[in-house]
Design a protein around this ligand. Structure first.
Ligand code: HEM
Length: 478
């Protein structure tokens, strides 16, 4: 009898262990889904508006670990943080995790924008965008960007004692995008577009409730107006290209209108061009303006870093003839300044996080991410992890001196993997050229405390007013 019982219990143990393992495999991550549809959306949006989104993300990790469930913007969601979670999201197997933005973003930008596309469609459209945004092509535009930035400084900075940085940087980066990417020169059309654009962008991270008074509804209406303007612009470019024989690389729109495959067919449909121009407008305008604004804030708050950037930029300025435009080789010398930009992105990433979709049931960290669920990643989880970046709250551009010292999937300023930001070189050029002219021509001091919120981009309260002195007089004024 004792022998039978012993055998019985011996058999029972592996069965029990197997059942425990398989039930854990089917176990959803910890956390509550909250109130249907709304879930934790309001608490995330509130955290963003009160500049506590980093703490919001870190608190979730403390409460539940690297993976937890919640409801965001109408969908059941799994929140993932940390290096291995980022690897799952960014390593690029779209049969497992595919891109999916929130409902609002899709409705506002259009369903054929790159963020919504996967597999071959994603490759085709991305390659088309990169054919204009790649360094070989951008090299040719440094001079044009230089002229746009100098003219902005002449118009908005010279002879001023105080300026408000964020709105000026938004004007500058919008004008750069309009001129270099859309070939849309200054005038009423640009003005109309920027008005609609401001309304449109305010709704990209909103709860998708389509009622006349909601942000989402206003944003969708503004998006329709911008799409109409873009279609008009496309028609003009097409005529210019076909009838007047314009250059296919004069701007991004003309470039996208001209790309053909081996069968001489257009690679992108008109809808794809419009939806992706909308994406580039959103992706390329707010992000760069925020980066430049926060770089100026960090330079004002860190005199040693400021002095090092000034020295680097003055050396370049001294090597140029009076009035000579910056070129690609000059940008390659701005190594320290770019490290300051990367450190700024680490501490205040313009893109706080984003969404993906589980294409199949996924096992991660001992839990199940069910097929079809939304996955939410955020950058501060690794950016502020002291096991990855020592003394994470310290502003130290030298962390980026040796890029190989930063573990993979930990710095997400421009994302990672096959969806890494295709505009990163474009952003590098506009940031470096802008900082070059600002730091060699002005000294500045913040006028208010430098508190900021996320809306959804980091936004300094009052837009960051500063006092400025022209450099030649700065020594007298300080
Ligand atoms: C400082 C400036 C910028 C920052 C910090 C930034 C950041 C990012 C990040 C983090 C992503 C990845 C999002 C994800 O994986 O879900 C991304 C994607 C993207 N960015 Fe940027 N970006 C910047 C400037 C630009 C510019 C100037 C352009 C266009 C000219 C641009 C176009 C795009 C596009 C089209 C994507 C989607 C790529 C894809 O899904 O394959 N970005 N950006």
């Amino acid at each position: 009898m004792i022998i039978y019982l012993t055998i019985f219990f011996c058999l029972l143990i592996p069965i029990f262990l197997f059942l425990r393992r398989s039930s854990k495999k089917r176990q959803l991550p910890p956390g509550s889904l909250g109130f249907p549809l709304i879930g934790q959306s309001l608490s995330l949006l509130r955290a963003m508006r009160t500049n506590t989104a980093e703490q919001w993300a870190q608190q979730r990790i403390r409460n539940y670990g690297a993976i937890s469930k919640l409801t965001l913007f109408g969908k059941p969601t799994v929140f993932i943080g940390g290096q291995s979670g980022n690897k799952l999201i960014f390593s690029g197997d779209c049969a497992v995790v595919s891109n999916q933005q929130n409902e609002s973003l899709r409705a506002i930008l259009g369903e054929r924008n790159l963020l919504e596309l996967i597999g071959e469609d994603h490759k085709r459209v991305r390659n088309a965008l990169v054919s204009f945004l790649k360094p070989e092509c951008l090299k040719e535009y440094v001079g044009k960007m230089d002229e746009e930035i100098r003219s902005h400084i002449r118009m908005h900075w010279h002879c001023k004692q105080e300026v408000t940085v964020l709105p000026l940087m938004k004007t500058l980066t919008f004008n750069i995008v309009c001129s270099l990417l859309f070939g849309l020169e200054q005038g009423t059309r640009r003005e109309r577009m920027i008005e609609c654009f401001r309304v449109m962008i305010s709704g990209v991270w909103s709860i998708p409730i389509n009622l006349p008074f909601t942000r989402y509804n206003q944003s969708r209406r503004a998006s329709r107006k911008i799409q109409e303007m873009l279609k008009e612009l496309l028609d003009e470019k097409r005529v210019e290209l076909e009838e007047k024989g314009g250059s296919s690389h004069q701007d991004l729109i003309t470039c996208l209108l001209s790309i053909r495959n081996e069968e001489n067919e257009l690679v992108l449909s008109e809808k794809e061009i419009v939806h992706n121009i909308m994406l580039v407008l959103v992706a390329g305008f707010d992000t760069s303006s925020v980066l430049i604004t926060f770089m100026m804030r960090n330079l004002a708050n860190n005199p040693t870093v400021y002095a090092a950037v000034l020295q680097e930029q003055e050396e370049i300025a001294r090597s140029k003839k009076c009035g000579e435009l910056l070129n690609w080789e000059d940008l390659a010398k701005m190594k320290y300044t770019w490290r300051v930009a990367l450190e700024t992105l680490r501490l205040v990433a313009p893109i706080f996080g984003g969404f993906r979709k589980a294409m199949n049931d996924i096992q991660f960290g001992g839990y199940l991410i069910p097929k079809g669920w939304q996955i939410f990643w955020t950058s501060p989880v690794t950016h502020l992890d002291d096991t990855i970046f020592r003394e994470p709250s310290k502003f130290d551009p030298d962390r980026f001196k040796n890029p190989a010292s930063i573990p993979p999937y930990c710095f997400l300023g421009f994302g990672s993997g096959p969806r890494i930001c295709p505009g990163n070189e474009f952003a590098r050029v506009e940031t470096l050229v802008t900082i070059h002219y600002l730091i060699t021509q002005f000294t500045w001091k913040l006028l208010l405390d430098d508190h900021f919120i996320r809306d959804p981009m980091p936004t300094p309260t009052k837009g960051m007013p500063i006092k400025i002195w022209p450099r030649s007089q700065s020594f007298m004024a300080v």
